[in-house]
Ligand binder design. Structure first.
Ligand SMILES: *[C@@H]1O[C@H](CO)[C@@H](O)[C@H](O)[C@H]1NC(C)=O
Ligand SMILES: *[C@@H]1O[C@H](CO)[C@@H](O)[C@H](O)[C@H]1NC(C)=O
Ligand SMILES: *[C@@H]1O[C@H](CO)[C@@H](O)[C@H](O)[C@H]1NC(C)=O
Ligand SMILES: *[C@@H]1O[C@H](CO)[C@@H](O)[C@H](O)[C@H]1NC(C)=O
Ligand SMILES: *[C@@H]1O[C@H](CO)[C@@H](O)[C@H](O)[C@H]1NC(C)=O
Ligand SMILES: *[C@@H]1O[C@H](CO)[C@@H](O)[C@H](O)[C@H]1NC(C)=O
Ligand SMILES: *[C@@H]1O[C@H](CO)[C@@H](O)[C@H](O)[C@H]1NC(C)=O
Ligand SMILES: *[C@@H]1O[C@H](CO)[C@@H](O)[C@H](O)[C@H]1NC(C)=O
Length: 486
């Protein structure tokens, strides 16, 4: 019984939907609840759809059309009381008449992407005082004039990507005190935007200027105090200078992937500790780790340095980065990784050094009390007893990304490190493994015994020092005694 009622209800629902659609949806568009969709790629639209007297329309999409009246800016959209969102993308619009939005000035969202606009339609959007979202992505805009959005003071999200913008005039963004996201990626911008401007960007959270021609960052007089994301990948930055990101005190992600960076200064974010969490510098020209800068970033969680020209990881390089979880140094030229390189990295989870020029790796890395995912493939591993630690660690954790193989000695060339019979070789037959003693530098090949040896050496040195110092003190005491004539 209940089932039948349910079926009848469904049928009634269907009939009423069909009724509503056929009653008030202008042909050849389709209605989806309060949204009217007129997609020229699906139906042939010869005139702009009738929208007046249809108060149910809250969202209007007229897209992929080829309507000359729309393209030439001759239309004035009629008043529709509840209309809030308008999308007019991919219509070949060249210009917008000054009155096009006059009667729908309460809209909050406007999409004009993928058209042929050659300038920001400042006059057309002037009545849109409640606009929160505006996209002009994929047009032909070259210049952003001063005060281009002056009347749109409620804008929170502004998209200007994929244009030809090369000129951002002083005061272009005047009035945008509430802007949260500003997207300017894939343009021809050569100077950091806002240079010389006095705009208050105090609520801006994300600034995206990827894919431009920016060589340097100047932010004098600016305050991006709320900005957490700065995306600057694929520009022409070569040197990130002291204090140049001083205006971004809260930034948590900085991406400068794919630039020409050779140097990152110690005080890039100013002279105090900075709360940066994610730093993406992959695909640049760094030949050294920016150790001094890293010291000033104690909250760092992810550090991407792949595809640079780094040759070594010095000792204690990350001493201040106790929250660092991901360290990506793959595709560099690293030959040496110091035994104390990972000191201080209490939270490390991923250590990527694949495709470098490492021949050995300190056994200390594998004696940590917690497990790390290592990637070691694509190096020139010398499979002597030092690498036994790698195998032990693999047996224990089974964490293994890639499958690193030996290059030397010849009889193990191509053999995965995890398959080399270290246990047998390193205990019983030192002769077998020392066929390449020259590469190892010493014939005592057991890594632990070598370390023990070093340890005893250290103790000996310490003892000598102690004797020296005590001796010196005694001598000195005696000379003091002499001087004071006791
Ligand atoms: C739209 O009309 C043109 C001619 O006016 C025709 O060539 C085309 O096939 C039509 N497209 C659709 C989807 O009906
Ligand atoms: C727009 O509104 C004005 C009055 O504010 C009115 O005269 C005009 O006819 C309206 N235009 C359209 C297309 O509805
Ligand atoms: C952009 O618009 C053009 C025609 O105006 C169309 O051919 C193209 O598919 C559109 N691109 C996207 C991504 O919608
Ligand atoms: C905009 O909304 C206000 C009230 O929220 C209303 O008085 C006004 O007539 C609306 N304007 C248009 C053009 O719909
Ligand atoms: C930037 O703005 C924030 C909050 O509005 C304020 O606390 C800070 O002092 C300002 N910094 C500078 C350098 O003006
Ligand atoms: C950056 O500032 C530090 C500290 O004042 C200084 O030692 C260093 O030389 C500066 N770097 C450059 C490139 O000016
Ligand atoms: C790799 O290291 C070896 C020495 O171990 C050196 O001869 C070679 O030039 C290095 N390769 C590169 C690409 O730096
Ligand atoms: C790792 O496990 C394999 C297979 O169980 C074993 O042959 C090998 O000796 C182990 N290696 C070490 C270093 O314990």
């Amino acid at each position: 019984m209940a089932l039948v009622t349910k079926e009848i209800f469904k049928l009634w629902l269907l009939v009423s939907i069909v009724n509503v659609s056929s009653q008030s949806c202008p042909e050849p568009c389709t209605r989806l609840f309060s949204k009217l969709v007129c997609d020229g790629s699906k139906v042939n639209l010869t005139t702009f759809p009738q929208i007046e007297n249809r108060p149910w329309i809250k969202s209007l999409l007229v897209v992929h059309t080829n309507l000359p009246s729309l393209q030439r800016g001759e239309l004035v959209l009629p008043a529709v009381d509840n209309l809030r969102k308008v999308a007019l993308f991919s219509n070949g619009i060249k210009t917008l008449g000054k009155s096009i939005f006059r009667n729908i000035s309460n809209i909050t969202s406007l999409a004009l992407s993928n058209n042929s606009l050659s300038a920001v339609p400042t006059i057309a959007i002037k009545p849109l005082k409640k606009l929160v979202f505006l996209t002009l992505t994929r047009n032909r805009i070259q210049t952003i004039e001063s005060n281009a959005f002056l009347q749109n003071q409620n804008l929170e999200k502004l998209f200007l990507d994929d244009n030809r913008i090369s000129d951002i005039r002083v005061g272009s963004f005047n009035g945008l005190d509430r802007l949260i996201y500003l997207h300017l990626s894939n343009n021809n911008i050569a100077r950091f935007p806002f240079e010389g401007s006095v705009q208050d960007f105090s609520v801006l959270e994300g600034l995206y200027v990827t894919g431009n021609l920016i060589e340097d960052i100047f932010t004098n007089n600016q305050n991006f105090s709320a900005c957490v994301t700065l995306a600057m990948q694929s520009n022409s930055l070569s040197h990130l200078k002291n204090f140049s990101l001083n205006a971004f005190p809260q930034i948590s992600t900085l991406s400068v992937l794919d630039n020409l960076i050779e140097k990152l200064d110690e005080f890039l974010f100013g002279s105090v500790y900075h709360p940066l969490e994610n730093l993406i510098i992959s695909n640049n020209k760094l030949s050294e780790l920016p150790i001094k800068l890293l010291k000033n970033l104690p909250k760092l969680r992810k550090l991407f340095l792949a595809q640079n020209k780094i040759t070594m990881i010095p000792g204690k390089a990350f001493l201040n980065n106790i929250y660092l979880q991901t360290l990506d140094l793959s595709f560099n030229l690293i030959q040496v990784s110091h035994p104390s390189a990972l000191d201080g990295l209490k939270s490390l989870k991923f250590f990527f050094v694949q495709h470098n020029n490492l021949s050995t790796i300190p056994a200390d890395y594998f004696s940590l009390s917690y497990d790390i995912h290592f990637r070691l493939d694509g190096n020139h591993w010398v499979c002597d007893c030092d690498l036994c630690a790698v195998q032990k660690w693999y047996n224990k954790t089974k964490y293994y990304f890639g499958n690193p193989v030996c290059s030397v000695p010849p009889r193990f060339r191509g053999t995965p490190i995890i398959e080399v019979p270290f246990k047998k070789l390193c205990k019983d037959t030192e002769v077998t493994i020392s066929e390449h003693t020259g590469d190892f530098g010493f014939s005592t090949t057991d890594a632990t015994s070598t370390r023990k040896l070093l340890f005893y050496e250290d103790i000996a040195i310490l003892a000598m020092l102690l004797v020296f110092v005590t001796g010196g003190t005694l001598i000195c005491l005696s000379c003091l005694c002499n001087i004071f004539g006791k």
